[in-house]
Design a binder for this molecule. Structure first.
Ligand code: NAG
Ligand code: NAG
Ligand code: NAG
Ligand code: NAG
Ligand code: NAG
Length: 355
């Protein structure tokens, strides 16, 4: 047999085989990579933007402007265990979402992430025309050169609070707010922090389930019932061909140092570094278990932006006394400084959207 011919034939067989193998490995890699498992590593190229370059950060998140002296907390990048995240590219985002609308729906943690995404895009695309406006409960930030809308619907429970003669009713079965969530391209939902509010901070007087009204009930049970109402709304209203749906995981607070093996710490105040490694000593909050249970019942595709694990490690990322507290003497270990941790939530969102 002709030697050259034999080699040629072998090559013809082998090259496609090798290509197939490379392709397969690549896909296996993408498939097996969990973006949400990893650790925080120092990165001198961080933060992703300078607070002076983003005029949209409101006071409660603007830690440097409020006088926070330490800056190491700005210098960490989330490194997944098995893969690299693509760097954020605002122009690529604009190209992909030209003429489209992204909406965050939820409490002030949604506000936190909404402002972060606006800053990331605004500082990434360079000088650009924008319009910021508000229609009812919805804030709309439009990047006019691209027709991209980044919106926020402040809705702390997702389900409705209605006024009646007897008082304010938190209605776990109704979700009229959903009228505002039609025709969008991406929606990122969130609710949790308000479910444990009591006293003056609680914006309702009774809870209603079906035709029964209660003065109060187990808050975790109420949370799950509301999530089930929301899940049904998704199944009844979302067209997966048009809209990509996310749920922002449970954003953790840091008010008790015992949780990260530092019992002398009474809060996040003066925390300057993340928890080392990948494991948070106190483990995951029970609300996340409830959330995951409900997500498992939804028939339509909903992606969990599973930021709980990685944010638990960031006891250093909160405004502490450099949020609104700078004026009042209070502290905030629930929200996050901007620039800061929510930029990573958006980097993960970006990676999931451009895949
Ligand atoms: C949290 O992340 C660490 C490592 O990234 C992992 O070992 C752990 O299993 C994660 N926990 C959950 C519940 O995903
Ligand atoms: C942010 O911008 C200001 C000028 O507006 C500059 O003085 C400062 O060094 C910048 N900070 C970083 C971390 O680049
Ligand atoms: C911004 O949008 C609002 C609502 O569409 C509109 O009334 C307003 O004129 C716009 N502002 C600018 C500067 O285009
Ligand atoms: C309340 O709802 C239950 C179950 O849906 C029903 O059997 C019952 O008749 C209702 N009660 C009233 C007072 O409407
Ligand atoms: C902090 O958590 C520990 C362990 O759960 C608990 O024993 C302690 O009472 C908590 N401290 C405060 C101030 O809540």
């Amino acid at each position: 047999m002709n030697f050259v011919w034999a080699h040629g034939k072998l090559a013809m067989l082998l090259i496609p085989l090798l290509l197939l193998l490379v392709l397969e490995l690549h896909q296996a890699n993408a498939g097996s990579c969990n973006f949400f498992q990893g650790s925080w590593v120092p990165d001198s190229s961080y933060p992703l933007y300078n607070y002076t370059a983003c005029p949209f950060i409101q006071k409660e998140f603007n830690c440097l402007k409020n006088g926070r002296p330490d800056q190491m907390y700005l210098k960490y990048r989330w490194q997944p265990l098995d893969c690299q995240l693509a760097r954020f590219d605002g122009r690529e985002f604009m190209q992909k979402f030209k003429g489209k609308s992204v909406m965050f729906v939820g409490d002030s943690l949604s506000l936190n992430q909404w402002q972060s995404l606006i800053c990331m895009l605004y500082t990434s695309v360079g000088r650009t025309k924008y319009n910021e406006t508000r229609v009812g409960d919805v804030s709309i930030f439009t990047f006019m050169d691209f027709g991209v809308k980044i919106m926020l619907d402040r809705n702390v429970y997702l389900v409705d609070v209605v006024m009646e003669k007897t008082g304010r009713i938190l209605n776990l079965d109704s979700i009229e707010g959903g009228k505002l969530w039609k025709g969008l391209d991406v929606i990122i939902f969130n609710t949790w922090h308000w479910w444990n509010r009591r006293g003056e901070g609680q914006p309702w007087d009774y809870i209603r389930v079906g035709n029964q009204t209660f003065k109060d009930m187990d808050r975790m049970v109420a949370f799950e019932m509301a999530l089930n109402t929301w899940a049904k709304w998704v199944d009844d209203n979302i067209d997966p061909a048009k809209t990509t749906v996310f749920f922002q995981g449970i954003s953790p607070s840091h008010y008790n140092g015992t949780d990260w093996n530092e019992p002398t710490a009474k809060s996040c105040v003066r925390q300057k570094e993340p928890v080392v490694g990948s494991r948070y000593p106190a483990g995951l909050p029970p609300a996340l278990t409830v959330l995951k249970r409900v997500l498992n019942t939804i028939k339509k595709p909903v992606k969990l932006l599973d930021i709980t694990n990685l944010s638990l490690l960031r006891k250093d990322g909160h405004p502490s006394i450099y949020g609104l507290g700078a004026a009042t003497g209070g502290m905030d270990c629930s929200h996050w400084c901007l620039p800061g941790v929510p930029d990573t939530w958006n980097l993960l969102l970006y990676n999931l959207l451009i895949l």
